[in-house]
Design a protein around this ligand. Structure first.
Ligand SMILES: NC(=O)c1ccc[n+]([C@@H]2O[C@H](COP(=O)([O-])OP(=O)(O)OC[C@H]3O[C@@H](n4cnc5c(N)ncnc54)[C@H](O)[C@@H]3O)[C@@H](O)[C@H]2O)c1
Length: 374
């Protein structure tokens, strides 16, 4: 069994090498490179990914075959009828199909590790949804395996493809906002809880990543978290988290899926010394920028505060669906053998921060991150 896996891996490596040579000696054009992929998991989120691949195929950006699989075969069949994609009867069938170079894993969080591991061992490039795994040690193991196999491993951190956030990051780096004072975010909705993960691993995981991305850090310095579980003992339905970063930057967020007020509510505020940005994540091409600051002045040995406030500027960017950008990035990484900017390490750090938040909530104390990451 091991021998046959090893042989398949070698064959895949050989195939990848050939692909590399081809890329070296030709002008890169996505539509020239044809490889097949499988989408595993056709539930709520998988449906969106399948729809995006149908659009990418219609736009000639992805020309390979698309094979769908779900343990609930009716779900996969419904999408296969709708988009005219092929079906696999089992995960094994995907693993042994040599034409399939990549597997997208959009299944419940607790299955991510084992499905990703099997796919990598079979020589497939992997895109796996967040949370990468529910255990950071397992995430490390998958990163090592992908490296040994020379395969692309990308983790779905969709906010890294949000045009508003990317524009904000660009403007922050150019100094437009001055120094970041704090960031504050809320994510509320009303939905049936995930069966295998609480809001920290499903919602807060994105905010850990976003705040590190915006501050240009790998981790915050400290994490303090609270969590509330009302429906089940072990998995939380609400969390409030406070992070601190170097230079006295603070990050706060509160998330829950028990709020029946909004359909979905996803907001972020970044307050800087010069300007403040407000992003509604559901509008990926907009940022509201407030040019407002409070200045200190000393007058006759007294400290006075002066407020300056100009009209709000609405920045409208070209519309690009984050999920589509994310899928295009995966196609590019596989085709070009490029490193993803949402790779296993990014996914690992996000998982590690979730674990530390859960530890903080359990112990009721602030976690000093450097004491935990070695
Ligand atoms: N990036 C985002 O914004 C975003 C949004 C929602 C969900 N997600 C992630 O996507 C993943 C799926 O979430 P969902 O909301 O679609 O869940 P879901 O329960 O609606 O769908 C999961 C599907 O996977 C199938 N499945 C379960 N085990 C399987 C297996 N071993 N092999 C094949 N199929 C299997 C189920 O039958 C189901 O159809 C989760 O990891 C979640 O965190 C990401």
């Amino acid at each position: 069994m091991l021998n046959s896996v090893f042989k398949k891996n070698l064959e895949q490596k050989d195939k990848n090498m050939k692909k590399k040579e081809f890329i070296k000696c030709s002008d890169f054009n996505l539509s020239n490179m044809v490889w097949d992929l499988a989408i595993v998991g056709c539930g709520y989120w998988g449906k969106n990914i399948v729809r995006v691949f149908s659009e990418l195929r219609n736009e000639n950006i992805f020309l390979g075959d698309i094979i769908l699989f779900d343990v609930n075969q009716d779900r996969a069949k419904e999408l296969s009828n709708l988009y005219k994609f092929n079906l696999a009867q089992s995960f094994e069938e995907i693993l042994i199909n040599k034409k399939i170079s990549s597997v997208l894993i959009i299944t419940p969080s607790s299955t991510h590790y084992s499905l990703s591991k099997r796919a990598l061992e079979a020589g497939k490039n992997v895109f796996v949804e967040k949370p990468f795994t529910l255990d950071s040690n397992k995430a490390k193991e998958l990163i090592k395996l992908a490296k040994e196999m020379d395969l692309t491993l990308m983790v779905g951190m969709i906010f890294r493809f949000h045009q508003g956030l990317l524009e904000l990051k660009k403007r922050l780096d150019l100094g437009e906002f001055g120094k970041i004072l704090f960031m504050y975010g809320t994510k509320f909705g009303y939905s049936v809880p995930n069966e295998d993960a609480g809001v920290i691993f499903t919602l807060a995981i994105n905010d850990f990543d976003i705040y590190c991305f915006l501050t240009g850090t790998e981790y915050p310095e400290t994490i303090s978290a609270n969590r509330g579980s009302f429906l089940r003992e072990d998995l939380e339905e609400i969390t409030s988290i406070c992070l601190t970063y170097p230079e006295n930057i603070h990050g706060y967020f509160i998330e829950s899926w028990l709020v029946p007020v909004f359909d979905r509510h996803r907001m972020m505020y970044l307050v800087g010394t010069n300007k403040t940005a407000v992003i509604d994540y559901l509008k990926p091409n907009e940022i509201d920028i407030y040019d407002a600051k409070i200045k200190k002045e000393i007058l006759d040995d007294r400290m006075l505060f002066k407020m300056e406030k100009n009209p709000m500027q609405k920045v409208i960017l070209d519309f690009k669906e984050p999920l589509k950008e994310e899928m295009k990035h995966f196609i590019t990484c596989v085709t070009n053998k490029e490193k993803s900017f949402s790779d296993g390490i990014v996914g690992y750090r996000a998982v590690k921060m979730c674990e530390l938040a859960l530890k903080s909530a359990k112990l009721g104390k602030k976690i000093i991150v450097k004491d935990e990451i070695g």
